[in-house]
Ligand binder design. Sequence first.
Ligand code: OOG
Ligand code: MG
Length: 257
Amino acid sequence: MIGPDIAGIAEKLGAAADTATAVPQLAAETGLDVDAAYAVQTALIQRRVDRGERVVGLKMGLTSRAKMAQVGVDEVIWGRLTDVMRVPDGGSVDVAGFIHPRVEPEVAFLLDRLPDPGEPVGAFTDAVRAVAPAIELIDSRFAGFTFSLPDVVADNTSAAAFVVGPWSPVPDGLDNLGVLLEVDGRIAQTGSTAAILGDPRRALDEGIRLAGRHGVRLRQGWVFLAGAATAAVPLRPGAHVRAVVEKLGTASLRASS
Ligand code: OOG
Ligand code: MG
């Protein structure tokens, strides 16, 4: 039996990102299931590595109800971050480089020694060296920002750019910290880290487990995004965005027009 054209789909999605041009959904038409979609994601990342990018982290997606409801997909997913996606804290992105960018508040972990797959959450304090507020910029390569589960997995879970705020040592509790997303000084979204699988530390367990299924081991020094606690909001030209996480501080980003 001939399966979906993994390399061809990766090329299509890679070109869509490079040229900021949306493409129609493709999973249903090509018979792409979730496993094959992760294979596309791997090929898409390899395409970036081949042109000199470095994988610097892992990101979780749809770890909160708010996010699942916003995009109509209710499975936890994961994707990969490269050095080129990282924007310095307080830095700018050019919105013209994206299709329909959205921003969302995140919690980032700086990974240290990694627990083995299946090791309990207790291992978290060894595995995480520092925590930071973060902003993720997502930009689905699919028209209308609409997709099925295998579509979004193949599209590296809409990953486009990210900002990490100042790192701090892991505070005593991470399970109920207030989260705010501000655009031009106005509150756009509010939430709590409790929305992230009940506790963002669980996102790390899930990441280790789910990525492990596809042979991906997290590495020391990687950034790990636990998934947004709130729905994402459109990033408009000229906007100034701040994500504030109680006890952790602020990460910010400016959109140039
Ligand atoms: C999928 C990516 C979800 C998150 O934090 O939940 C994600 C999307 O919303 O396009 O990054
Ligand atoms: Mg996200």
